[in-house]
Every structure is written in structure tokens, then in C-alpha cells.
Design a protein around this ligand. Sequence first.
Ligand code: SIN
Length: 481
Amino acid sequence: MQLTDKQLLKTQNYINGEWRDAAGRIDVRDPASGELLAEIADGTAADAQEAVVAAAAAFPTWKSKTASERAAVLKRWHQLILDNIDDLALILTLEQGKPLAEARGEILYGASYIEWYAEECRRAYGQTIPTHNPAMRLQTIRQPVGVVACITPWNFPNAMITRKAAPALAAGCTVVIKPASETPLSAMALCELATRAGLPAGTINMVVGSDAPALGQVLTQHPQVAKFTFTGSTAVGKILMAQCASGVKKMSMELGGNAPFIVFDDADLDTAVSACVATKFRNAGQTCVSTNRIYVHESVHDAFVEKLHAAVAEMKVGHGCDEGVTVGPLIHRRAAERVAQLVSETAGAGAKVEFGGDFLPEGENYFAPTVITGVSDEMRIAREEIFGPLAPVQKFTDEDDVIRRANDTPYGLAAYVMSENIRRANRVVEALEYGMVACNAGVFSTTVAPFGGSKESGIGREGGVEGMAEFYETKYCCFGA
Ligand code: SIN
């Protein structure tokens, strides 16, 4: 790896301010080429326990710092990330596969959580409550919950860590992070920079391991973990939630989606197509807010499909480090095979592959950006989260009917509405049963707004003031006579 700062490439777990080895090893490979990038320490449940104990020991000192002291350390961390953006983006692209420009975007996005929460922690106000009894004084104070355990996914190996760790640390909590074993190098580099920024030993800990259930068990059930936060699939989220229940842990869950993308007959089709491409093909479709079902009004269906087809045909697929590449590989062969199976099942059920639809010769994890028409709501492609570069299009005729179809899913993460009619846009945005709805936009994620889902897409919010509230306990204090 051609890093300017070679010290950013770490291969061990980070516990109590020390890099720790382990008996076992995990291979980290470039999903584009299959090349071995690093052999990292395979952390165990015992390592996770040590990390929790270290975080618990560091908590009293970290929480008793003033907000501006914590903010100063976080701001140094933020600046170090910006100073090392080229190295961090390269690490991210090599272990995850997304194009370098997207990786840089993720580093900036991830860093913005650190800056924003460094500022926000100064405003952790409580309240003085008008009393019910003249002899009593009532107030609330906000206190950090304690040790926060985070399990983060491989699709955003940088930003999903900072989105959880930054508000937690800013609030005065200490953290233990378990990154995905496919993409641990970004997490390790973040820990290295956090140490350089002056985060005290034990404040931030990181354990990665191949036995995810064993590590997950410690992080959800250790008595010293106060709060658990997870980004990943709904299926795994449900298991982790059940594990959290025995200790009544606080939790936030950012789970799967099945995002509808509705194009009305009054939409600007160029805006709709560019929004659709942005949400669908960002990170090769491996994003929980990626469009999963594209509903197009029958009167503009053919024109929309023609424009979408043209836009997809212009995409350049390849290694994320190569000039001009806009779509990288999928994370592993299993993911590519699952996508291929979905295409053949959908085509077998009568849909038409308009573009793409197959593996690509660039490597075993590459699948072509694909446009499919004639899809129906009953097909698996419309009911399950695709997590790949497939754009399945359906027709609709009626506003109420498309709202009903869009809401007919257990998921409720993100939805998209394309319309130039302000009254319709408001009506439909309000009627969609989703945690986030974007109108005439394809990428809406930002530090300053709450990200999260309803129904089986999750609990809690990340980002914005809501994201900070997740890491505080509001204590009601009553002073008697
Ligand atoms: C995710 O896919 O989990 C996060 C996507 C985003 O932050 O936009």
C-alpha cells in the first residue's frame, strides 16, 4: 500500500491505548483484485471483555472533563483525519472497493460527525422545571450513559464508526468498536489518529474478530456496557436486540431497508434519473438507503427507462483506484452470486433485463450495473433488500395506489419522491411510512440531520441533535425543602 504515513496501516486490536496481537489471523483482501492487503489479529471474546473493562475504567475521568476539553481533543482528531485524507481514502478503497472519489467523500462525511459533535457537546443543557410544590426545586441534567459498544458494517468502514463514536465520546461516554472483519483497516487507522489527537487510553477501543457471534455476545451482554449501537442487517439486528434485552441495555439499531423511489408524471425526468443513479449505484448499491423499488408513472415510464438506460451505460466499472471509475466491485463473491441469482429469478418470472444483468470480466466480484423492467411487487427483488447494482422498475397509475404499494413492506428506512408539484410532494412525503424521505434528491445523508428508520429498519437516530441524545441519560433531580 503506497501510504504517505505508513504508521496508519495497523494490524492489531486496540485496547486500553495499546496495540495488541492475537493468536489467530484474519486475511484482509482487496475485493477488486483478491490481493492480500494485510493479515490482522483475530480478536476473541476475551479481548472484547478486556476492551469493555478498559472503557469502563476510563469512563470516570473522561466524563468529568468539561465539554470544551472533550471538544478540543475531538477537533484535533477531526483535523488529523483531514490531514491524512489521501491515505485514509486509499485504505478504504483497497479494503472496501468503492471508487477513490467516493472514499474521499466518505472520509469527509465521517469527519464531519466528529467536528459537529465536538461543537454540539457544549450545548448539553438540562432544564429547570416550574415546580408543582413551592418547597421543592425540580431540574434535569444530562449525563453520559457510560460504556458504548458499537458494531459497524463493511459498506461504510469509516463514517459508520464516527457517526456512533463521535457523539458518544462528545457526550462523555467511552467506546468499544467492533468493525466488520472485511474492512478493519479503516477502523484501525481511525484509532491511530484518535490516539495522536490525545484521546486517553481506554476511551476508544477496537476489537475485530472472525467469531462475530462471540464478540457480539460480549458487547451486548457485558454488565459494564451501558448502550449498544449497531448498523447492519435486520436479521442480525433482531438477534442482537434479543441479547440486549437480558441486561435492559439502551440500544440504537440502524437496520435494513427496501426504499421505494416514486417518479410521478409531473417529475423533472433528468432530475429523477440523476437522483435515481445517485441513490442506486452509490457504493455499487451496497447502501442501506439505496433505492430498491423504482415506481414510475405509466405515462413517463418509457422516457424514464430510456434516460436511465443511457445514464447506466455511461458508468465505468473497475478498480476503485483507477481513473474515472464510478462503480467498483461487490464486497465478495457471495454478494455477487446473490445478485446474479436475483437477476435470473426476476427474468425467469417474466421481467426484462434492459441493460447489464451479468458478471463482468474485471474480476470475480464484479457485477454489471443493471436495469430491469416489468418487475412486480410479488417478486423477491421487490421484497428483499438487494444490496447490489440492480435497478428494478415497475409501473403505476394512481397516487394512492403507489403510496400503498410503497408502504407495503416491513421496512421503513428511506423513500424517494420525484415531483415538481409542491402540494403532491408534501402529501406523499407525509404519507410514506419511512424514517427519511427525500424529494427530488438522491443523496440526503448529512451530519446535521437525523438518520434512521421506522418499522423493522431500526430504533433510534444517528446524526443531528437526535443522534447526541442517544448517548445521554436525562436525570430528574428533585430538591426538597
Ligand atoms: C448505510 O448504508 O448504512 C449508511 C448510508 C449513509 O449514511 O448514507
